[in-house]
Design a protein around this ligand. Sequence first.
Ligand SMILES: [Zn+2]
Length: 440
Amino acid sequence: MGLMVVLGGGLYYSQTTTAAALMLNGQEIGYVASPDEGKQLVDSILVSQGDSSGLVAKTHDQIEFQDTRIRKGTLQENSVTEAKLNNLISTYFEGVQFSIEDAPIAILPSEDDFQKVLQAYQEIYAKPSENNTITSVEFKELISSQPVEVQQAEFSSPEMVLETLRKGHEARTEYVVQPNDSWWLIARKNDMLTKEVLAGNPGMDEDKTLQVGEKINLVKVTPYLTVVSKGIYTGTETIPFDVESKTDYSLPSGSSVVRQEGSDGSKKVTYSYVQENGKNIEKEVLEEKIIQQPVTQVIAKGPTYASANVALSRGSGKVSGLGWPLRGGLNSYYGYRWGSFHTGLDIGGDTGQPFVAAAGGTVSSVGWSGGYGNMILIDHGNGVATRYAHASKVSVSNGQQISKGESIGLVGSTGRSTGPHLHFEVIINGDTVNPLNYLP
Ligand SMILES: [Zn+2]
C-alpha cells in the first residue's frame, strides 16, 4: 500500500503543475502559470488599449490569483489568453473634463493638455512684442477642469479643442424686421456681415424684399472664451495728409492742378489698452509726440457741372456725425491720383448691396448724371452735402427727407466705373473734401 502511495504521488507530481487561478470580480475565469505571469497579462492588456503617447487604460475590476496545483492538460485547456481576458475585463481611461461656465466643452487626456490649450488660446490674442508690453492676461469666463473616467473615443486632442475654441459656437436668435430695414442694415445693427445674416436664412438673397414684422434668423458665431488682456503699446503711426481743394473758375471743368504736394506726417504714440480677444475695448493715450507734421495737399480744380446745376445749401460747413454709407474695403482714395483728381472715396461692394445715407437730409438731386451713372445727392444743410454714385438702383426721389442710416440705393457699376463699388463724396460749400477726415 505504502509503495502504491509513493508511486501514485510521483505520478501526480509529474502530471501536474503549479498554476494560479485568475479570479475576476470573485469569479474564476481560468488559469495562468503564475500570479506574476497573470499580472503581466493584465498590464499588457491595459497598455495595448492605450496609445503610443503613453496613455494606459485602467480597470476597477478586482483581479486576484489563487495558487493551486492542477493537471498540465487542465492548464492548457483552461489557460487565460490575452484575447479572452481582454473581452471580460472592463477598462476606462482617466481624463480631464474641460468646462466653460459649467458647460462641458471637451475631455482631454491630461491636466497638462488642458493647460496647453489655454496657453495656446491666450497666445493667439495676447502676444508681447517689441512695441507691446502685456501687463495682465485673464479669461472673462469661468473655466474649470475636473477628473473624469471615460472611454478612449471620448478624448479630444489639444489641437482639436483649440480648433473648436477658435471657431466659436453658433448662437441662434430671431429678429423681427423693422420699417426701413435692409439685409445690410440688419447686419449692421447686429454687428454682423450681410453674408453672415444671409447664411442663417437659406433660400434668401439680398434682392429679396423684407416685410415689416417678418421673422428672420440671426445665426451669430460667438467665441467660447474671451481673453482679456491689458498692456501698453508704443509705436509710430502715420498722420495722413489733408487735401484742400479750391474751385478755380479759370480752369476748364473737370481739370485740376496740384498747387502743393501733400505728404504724410508721423507720430510716436504710447497708449494703454484693454483688449478682448485682440480687439481694443478701452484705449487711453498716455503720450503722443509728433515726429513729422503732415503737409496739406492743395489742389485747384475747374468747376464741376454736376454740382454747379444743383442749388446746395451754404453755411458754416461744420460736419459732425457722418456715418459710413457702406461697409467695405477702400478701392480708391480722395485726391490727385493717376493723373486726375478723384473727388470721392471708392468703397468696395457687391452689386445689389444696399448703401445708406451718411447723415439725415433732403435729396437734392437723383438720377443719371454722366460719369457718375445713377447718382444721389443729399443736402444735409449748413453747406454740407454727400453724393453716392454708380448705383445699380436708387430708391429715393427728389426732395425726399432721409434719415441717417436709411437705405437709399443699391451698389452697382453704372456710369464711368470699372466694377461694382460706391463712389462717395462729401461736399462742403460746393467743394469736395476728403471724406476720411469726416467719417468715424
Ligand atoms: Zn470714385
